[in-house]
Design a protein around this ligand. Structure first.
Ligand code: MN3
Length: 205
């Protein structure tokens, strides 16, 4: 059984970056639907007890092609939103520090260079999808974008996502309308780098 991450904040707590109605609809409708669908398809496929990262990294183990596609889409939707909602918070914003801050500067030159590059990927993702800061188990960082609910794990890159920028219109349309660039810029005010740093250190063991 796959369970949605519990929000560590109220729906209104991310204002003015993201309005309460968007957070509520995104979490209690969109994310909840991905989660319910995943549970239903995973039961049919007999993979309800699998770890979600193992499952997304091993989609070929699901022999039925329709179930495989359904689990790729809904399992991605479940996993991606768990990461998104757990790495943004009212305490977020500012520049990354700690191990992740050092690695970002080493990889991209500066925090601002990193921000420019990942924002360009988020804006350049045609249609619905995501932009990612991702890492290998050795801590080597990179950035990418992906279509629909794919992510670095389901795409078989061997990397794990650390920061998830949701650029589906449901993530921003009520407040930002067609202005994806304004939403992506504002999202940096709530990315919680302390949590990202903890996740980064866990992945490196
Ligand atoms: Mn979304």
């Amino acid at each position: 059984m796959f369970e949605q991450v519990k929000l560590a904040y109220d729906y209104a707590a991310l204002e003015p970056t993201i309005d309460a109605l968007t957070v509520e609809t995104h979490y209690a409708k969109h994310h909840a639907t991905y989660t319910n669908n995943l549970n239903s398809f995973a039961e049919k496929a007999g993979v309800l007890d699998r770890d979600i990262e193992d499952l997304l990294g091993d989609l070929d183990s699901i022999s039925d092609p329709a179930l495989r596609t359904a689990i790729r889409n809904n399992g991605g939707g479940f996993y991606n939103h768990n990461l998104y909602f757990s790495t943004i918070s009212p305490n977020g914003g500012g520049e990354a520090d700690g191990a992740i801050g050092e690695a970002i500067v080493k990889t991209f030159g500066s925090f601002n260079d990193f921000k420019d590059q990942i924002s360009a990927l988020a804006l350049g993702q045609f249609g619905s999808g995501w932009a990612w800061l991702e890492t290998t188990k050795d801590g080597a960082l990179s950035i990418s974008n992906s279509l629909n609910q794919d992510n670095p794990i389901s795409l078989g890159t061997g990397k794990k996502p650390l920061v998830a920028i949701d650029v589906w219109e449901h993530a921003y349309y009520l407040k930002y309308k067609n202005l994806r660039a304004d939403y992506v810029k504002a999202l940096f005010d709530i990315i919680d780098w302390k949590i990202v740093d903890e996740n980064y250190k866990k992945i490196m063991g």
